[in-house]
Design a protein. Structure first.
Length: 330
């Protein structure tokens, strides 16, 4: 099926959708569903993780586009997609442009057209009022192949990205560099986000692949680097991508910060450790090229070898400290 395939809880099957639309059930001519390709103009796309274990919805457990089925009060597909964005995510976009019409094929062979719209937005998805599905996240196209997505769904934002490349001309780069210019003497710090999960006095650690570019063969908490996103959004994204864990950003607390420098010539790093009070799922090896095992370890008897700053952070958390410095000359 094509990507605009939407929640069959709203449209029981495509034949009924066609009939409800007033068309011949074998050849519906007007779109009965509408979806939105939402991007930030800088190469990121807003994706919706749909509920798992619900066989009555299409793309259950997969990343998809926001949108849904046409309802009687919707005069046009544009009305449908605007209503769906409000209902699913509390999102209102003033400018939505028609992008393409795709078709889905039902079990009985009926093909139903789906209207796709494109719109631009650059807000924080963790602040939206999500009422359906699990989460919303900004994702770059190079991440799509490593996510649970239907191939036909993945094709659409990939095609849009190819048709609308992120600004790369010299004038745009110069303007961006000027706006991002830091005061004289400032050194930019890399921000890392780390997931601290504790269960009955044990913490979750992953064994890094021996060929990993960083800390190969060592134990480490689930972690990642912030992109152009909030730290909690990064945490939620990395937890799902690396281990299949679903975490609500409202259920995390910042419990420790490590300000460090590995070498005098290395960029300084700020390592944020967030404790999740609740999560859904069992740790899975979603990126086996990076992590080969997940295991719970006693916080008082950590394994070796372990990443130095992770040991320092866990010991600090256990002692009730909120801050650690490593690698700085005093």
């Amino acid at each position: 099926m094509s990507s605009a395939e939407q929640d069959t809880g709203k449209v029981e099957n495509v034949s009924e959708a066609a009939a409800a639309n007033g068309a011949d059930s074998t050849q519906p001519t007007e779109p009965v569903n509408a979806s939105a390709i939402i991007h930030d103009g800088q190469g990121r796309y807003l994706l919706h993780l749909r509920d798992a274990n619900k066989p009555w919805i299409w793309e259950s457990g997969c990343w998809s586009l926001l949108g849904g089925g046409r309802e009687p009060q919707d005069r046009t597909p544009l009305d449908t997609v605007r209503r769906e964005l409000r209902e699913e995510a509390g999102l209102t976009l003033p400018c939505l442009e028609p992008y393409a019409v795709e078709h889905v094929t039902g079990a009985d062979g009926t093909r139903v057209p789906i209207q796709l719209f494109s719109g631009r937005w650059n807000g924080d998805p963790t602040r939206l009022s999500l009422t359906e599905g699990v989460m919303l996240a900004w994702v770059r196209p190079e991440k799509f192949p490593y996510m649970t997505m239907l191939p036909s769904t993945r094709t659409l934002p990939e095609r849009h990205a190819a048709e609308h490349p992120a600004p790369a001309d010299e004038s745009a780069q110069a303007a961006g560099a000027k706006s991002m210019e830091a005061p004289a003497g400032t050194v930019l710090n890399v921000v890392g986000v780390h997931l601290y999960l504790e269960r009955d006095g044990q913490v979750l650690l992953g064994l890094r692949h021996h060929d990993s570019a960083y800390a190969g063969g060592s134990w480490h908490v689930l972690a990642g680097h912030c992109e152009a996103e909030a730290a909690t959004a990064c945490l939620v994204r990395e937890a799902f991508e690396e281990a299949g864990l679903v975490i609500d950003p409202a259920d995390v607390d910042l419990v420790h910060t490590v300000h460090m420098r590995d070498q005098p010539t290395s960029p300084p790093r700020i390592q944020l450790y967030f404790r999740a009070r609740h999560w859904v799922g069992t740790p899975a090896l979603r990126e086996p090229d990076k992590c080969v095992a997940w295991q719970w370890w006693s916080a008082k008897d950590l394994p070796e070898p372990i990443v130095r700053y992770t040991r320092a952070a866990i010991e600090g958390i256990q002692a009730g400290r909120v801050y650690t410095e490593l690698g700085w000359e005093r």
